[in-house]
Design a protein around this ligand. Sequence first.
Ligand code: UCC
Ligand code: FAD
Length: 585
Amino acid sequence: METSFKQVGYSGKEYFQQQAPHLGNQYLDDTYLLETLKRVLPNNIRESIEPDLRRFGDRVVKDILELGRASENNSPKLIQYDAWGKRIDKIVVDESWNILKDISAQEGLVSIGYERKQQEYSRLYQYLKIYLFACSSAVFDCPLSMTDGGARLLELHGSKDLLEGPYKHFISRDPKQFWTSGQWMTEKSGGSDVANSETTATEVLGKNMSTIEGYKYFTSATTSQTAIILARDCDSNGKPCGEGSRGLSAFYIQIRDPQTQDLNKIKIHKMKNKFGTKAVPTAELELLGTPGLRLGPKGRGVPVIASILNITRIHNVIHSVSTMRRCVALARDFSHRRVVFGSKLSENLLYLSTLAEMELEFRASLQFLVDVTLLFGRSEIAGKSSSSTDSLLRILTPLSKLYTAKQSIKVSSEGIECLGGTGYMEDSDMPRLLRDTQVTSIWEGTTNVLSMDVWRSIKTNNSLKPFLEIINQRLQSVSTLKQFQFSSAIIQDSVKLINEITKQVMEQMDMEYAESNARRYAYLLSETYMATLLLDHAKWSNKSLDIEVLNRWCQFKLKGSRSENNPISFTHSDANFRKVDRQLA
Ligand code: UCC
Ligand code: FAD
């Protein structure tokens, strides 16, 4: 590969010109994904979706990436008044954002999951396309995730009218018919703790609807047609029907009149001035009597809206893993183009070691994403759902969201450094990747809140049982195989620790211990589970590299011998270790 060419300066003198990293087909270049799909998908399904993924993998580095860049460079603007002083609250987005919406419909980025042509694998197909799309689309996957969640919620709780109307729009492949939807929960009084929400929904007597009033502090995807929101039920006299989060219900609202596109009794106060997700229109707004239709039972708003949350949280995993993959792809390609101290970075042992660490994070996270998506697809398809699948999914969703979000921030920060000073430049694309992924650990439940949600799932869904069962099944499946002795022993130690901590909390009801250690506990659960996913993959492939990846994960993450002041961390710097670095990088 050419490392440089010359550029003529004004003086006529030729200067060195560094070549930019190149992004190839994001599906075909993702060799670890391709291998993983061979393992998890039946051949007929894989062969049927592969041509589309191959085509799309190319498209996301062409027109979609250009549209994403255009959206990023021209953030949404709020025009509050027209020239004549009339309040209009118009949000203007770049045309590229609208085109991304049309492409999303045509590509079936929501609909694939609902057409269910690939049965339990439909979700994997859909989410693979979003995985390819996310990092090129200026986070258009944000409105898509909430639309996906909204469609599922209507499937579960929607009336016939809602299923005939908005549901069909959410899952349409026709750009003219396709609607997106928001999810508005957060108020100034609390985003994690919604119990103090001040938005009210007053029943309109004799009508199956309420009028909604309140101030929503963060509302993304505000150019959508609809939103699912939380509000406090009040009787026709305006008296609240309940306190705390148990007084909240979920409501369907139309943000705009479908004919005129005027806002439906909503005033937009400001656009948020955000660190990242610059193209996503996020606003502060006030509902001033917007008509709303309650979804699900009164006072059950949190569990009802949880069917959106549990989907958007998986989308968050998609975005995080997609970010890791994009950063590794850019840094890897750059390593073949950049020469330092007389050789290409791709020949530099230390650079290779850095890349190998990023790739390790990516591989384990990709396995997590694929596993959770498969479980989700299975749980949705009638006949395949079982309470153990559902309760396993209940614990794996917050775990995968909280873990991959944090790791993607780490990997994308490293990705910037991999490209040196140019990586820090806006137009290298790297800062955008970091900024956009920084929010993945905040929205849809912060790391701490999801760590506590893990305990909730253990208590209310008995989710640790299937979680440990599957870990034990995976360990059992390799118990006679010598090449897995090292990793199995470490995983078993982790399981022991999980059991000890859980016992302390559940038997002694030591909630202080549970709360203060919740994040560490969630990490331990995540890293142990991810180890068994890598184990499953290595058992299937029986490739020495996959076994090395597993061993590294167990050694670095579960044994913790990587800490810099621990002498063991350097014992791996042998020839084999360097060979594996080279293979991974
Ligand atoms: O941030 C947002 C949108 C960002 C833009 C889109 C991003 C897309 C990302 C991907 C693409 C790039 S929207 C706002 C997101 N907000 C949150 O995630 C809120 C975080 N806070 C929590 O999760 C809290 O833990 C709460 C709100 C759930 C706490 O509420 P409560 O009511 O105080 O908690 P409870 O009492 O424990 O739960 C009430 C009920 C219980 O059921 P019952 O009553 O039967 O015992 C819980 O088991 O709700 C049930 N529940 C759940 N059920 C709570 N969470 C869940 C869950 N996740 N799944 C099932
Ligand atoms: P707080 O809940 O006040 O949290 C502050 C800190 O306290 C955090 O570090 C948190 O981890 C910690 N904390 C909170 N509770 C606990 C606990 N029990 N134990 C330990 N630590 C705790 N919301 C919507 O509803 N719809 C949207 O469309 C939307 N879009 C968004 C877009 C962006 C770009 C951003 C940044 C946010 C968006 N949000 C949206 C809001 C988002 O969901 C909230 O910001 C998030 O849930 C956190 O709530 P908060 O900001 O009130 O922080």
